[in-house]
Design a protein around this ligand. Structure first.
Ligand code: ZN
Length: 107
């Protein structure tokens, strides 16, 4: 859980820095997104057993913010491998582990 949050935080920072020309601080939008991501992680019913949010069966993000976080992850994901190899690889492994399981349930 903590690692997931850390990963998301790194990704948002990376994205914000490259897209919004902010320095160390996040712009307000991205800060909001990060706060929301942290909130969702804490509220996630899977807690320690959860996989990455990208594969999560419970789509717990609000649609607008989910879209945004997906854009951030798509941008920052590959870059994370160079900047934070341990975090990125852990994140990828979580994703792989999940894909071996049952497909996401249709409602
Ligand atoms: Zn930003």
């Amino acid at each position: 859980m903590k690692r997931e949050y850390k990963t998301v935080r790194c990704m948002i920072h990376l994205y914000c820095r490259d897209h919004h020309n902010t320095g160390k601080e996040l712009c307000q939008d991205c800060q909001e997104l990060l706060d929301y991501a942290g909130l969702r992680l804490r509220a996630c019913p899977f807690q320690e057993n959860k996989t990455t949010c990208g594969n999560c069966q419970v789509h717990c993000y609000k649609p607008s913010l989910r879209e945004k976080i997906q854009v951030v992850m798509r941008y920052a994901g590959p870059r994370m491998i160079w900047q934070h190899p341990v975090l990125a690889i852990g994140h990828l492994l979580d994703g792989l582990r999940k894909k071996a399981g049952p497909k996401k349930q249709l409602k």
